[in-house]
Design a protein around this ligand. Structure first.
Ligand code: NDP
Ligand code: GUA
Length: 486
């Protein structure tokens, strides 16, 4: 262990949570966790086997009957305590998150509060899982619909939001009366395990929540093959989403998939340009561009293109790159070397096909996985930055002339998670919002995420919605009861 880890013995766990107990792998195997700011190993977590994954599933199965039968009010109270504990420990969890993920401390703290908001929200929703009484077609029968927990569930989560992607799944699952096994990304297990510490402290009974670490294919293979697990929720790449969907087919699992995005960000001639620049920065450079809803393609109408590019460049040039622990830094390191290679490849491809660098374009002078905040101009639909999620601090600017062109280019992708546009024209607002083939649309804002609204995509960006009052439905089954009373 090194000095880059915060001194928080109560929250720092290097063991997995199974059946209410903290465990190592039986064979002692571990995975190293690194600080992306300097590449140093900061901790080790267990690398569990397939058999240990089965043990976690079995614990969740045993815990299900009692937890699902607890009155909703009691489940709600436990979740409420978990929420309060997360908020009370926000600074410590943020420090842990920055150490393993790299995002600036202020962003990490923001994520912890965001993560906690899902637990608070679903603590409330737990009490509102209403059924229905259907007007009967005959006098001798009564027709009812019950909404019941789906059963044992699993979540596989990414490194870019190490806390919020867990609570957005565990919150509704536990509120609904399900039990869950969470497998966090190998880069960011410490935040997940710290959430587990607080869940136990909040009074979550053994087996209701398991947090297991290890080889993704081994654990993913066991989770998807399991007949006990009735639902899998995954956030991550579209490629892995496809694999998990195929692996879940034999057991016909219910799936929530929150996959890659390739978000268009459209600036029309009639936009408030300063607001559009701020929105673009918030959307593009948050988490160093490593967000599935980050603006990936910035389309700017010809009349304002050059002014927008100049203002954006002036602002982005002020963004400071460095370790997330430095309070003056806005852009931390990328998660790993593979991430940097992908960003470099996208920039090189764009330049080779005629784009120009307005700002940045290279690895940062600090070395490691730091990358310069970058703006490219003269980008076209044929380039890789237009077709694939870059997941880095690169803003590619495309020029367009008409609204129809902008909408067509924005929709020209297999992805459909988030889209943004800036206009002051109310008629255009509705026209464009309705025409964009996306699950989430931001108008005159670059920040759309919160716990009260449904988050999720269309097309190959995934299935299902998280957050909002819809989020709990993903963990419930409808049961139709036809009662003969003649
Ligand atoms: N929608 C989103 O929010 C995200 C999108 N991405 C996109 O994906 C790209 C690659 O990022 P990456 O981290 O590799 O994303 P992945 O999709 O590979 O990882 C996300 C999660 O899936 C797990 N996983 C990976 N392979 C399997 C498998 N075969 N079976 C079961 N679980 C698996 C990972 O585990 P482990 O970490 O142990 O390998 C991690 O927990 C990014 O550049 C970005 O474009 C990435 C993260 C989030
Ligand atoms: O990148 C993701 O996978 C989640 C986006 C974070 C959010 O805005 O909720």
């Amino acid at each position: 262990m090194t000095a880059t880890l915060p001194d928080i013995p109560d929250l720092l766990r290097e063991q997995c949570l199974i059946d209410g107990a903290w465990r190592d792998a039986a064979d002692g195997a571990t995975i190293a966790v690194r600080d992306p700011a300097d590449g140093r190993v900061i901790a080790h977590v267990p690398s569990l086997s397939a058999a240990e994954t089965e043990t976690a599933i079995e614990a969740a199965r045993r815990a299900l009957p009692a937890w699902s039968r607890r009155p909703a009010r009691e489940r709600s109270a436990v979740l409420r305590r978990w929420f309060e504990l997360i908020v009370a420990h926000a600074d410590d969890i943020a420090a842990l998150m920055t150490a393993e993920q790299g995002k600036p401390l202020s962003e990490a703290r923001g994520e912890v509060i965001y993560a906690a908001s899902f637990i608070e929200w679903f603590a409330e929703e737990a009490k509102r899982v209403y059924g229905e009484l259907i007007p009967s077609p005959s006098v001798d029968r009564r027709l009812a619909v019950l909404r019941q927990p789906i059963g044992v569930t699993a979540a596989i989560t990414p490194w870019n939001f190490p806390a919020a992607m867990i609570t957005r799944k565990a919150g509704p699952a536990l509120a609904a009366g399900c039990t869950m096994i969470v497998k966090p990304a190998e880069q960011t297990p410490l935040t997940a395990l710290a959430l587990g510490v607080l869940a136990i402290e909040a009074g979550l009974p053994p087996g209701v929540l398991q947090i297991i670490t290890g080889d993704a294919r081994t654990i993913g293979g066991v989770l998807t093959a399991s007949d006990t697990i009735r639902k899998l929720s995954f956030t991550g790449s579209t490629e892995v989403g496809r694999i998990l969907m195929a692996q879940s087919a034999p057991t016909i699992k219910k799936l929530s998939l929150e996959l890659g995005g390739n978000a268009p960000f459209i600036v029309f001639d009639d936009a408030d340009l300063d607001a559009a620049v701020e929105g673009a920065i918030a959307s593009k450079y948050r988490n160093a561009g490593q967000t599935c809803v980050c603006a990936n393609r910035i389309y700017v109408q010809s009349g304002v293109h050059d002014a927008f590019a100049a203002r954006l460049a002036a602002r982005v040039a002020q963004l400071r790159v460095g370790a997330g622990t430095d309070p003056d830094v806005q852009i931390g390191p990328l998660i790993d070397e593979d991430a940097v290679l992908k960003v470099e490849a996208h920039v090189a491809d764009a330049l080779a096909h005629g784009a120009h660098t307005l700002l940045g374009g290279h690895r940062h002078a600090r070395g490691g996985t730091f990358f310069e905040p970058t703006i490219l101009t003269g980008v076209t639909q044929a380039m890789r930055v237009a077709r694939e999620e870059t997941f880095g601090p690169v803003a590619p600017l495309f020029r367009f002339d008409t609204e129809a062109q902008a909408v067509a280019m924005a929709n020209d992708t297999e992805f459909g998670l988030a889209a943004y546009f800036y206009t002051e024209d109310v008629r255009r607002t509705w026209r464009v919002a309705e025409a964009l083939e996306y699950g989430i649309v931001g108008h005159n804002t670059g920040l759309i995420s919160n716990e009260v609204a449904p988050f999720g995509g269309v097309k190959q960006s995934g299935l299902g919605r998280e957050g909002s009052h819809h989020g709990i439905d993903e963990y419930l089954e409808l049961k139709y009861l036809c009662s003969g009373i003649g």
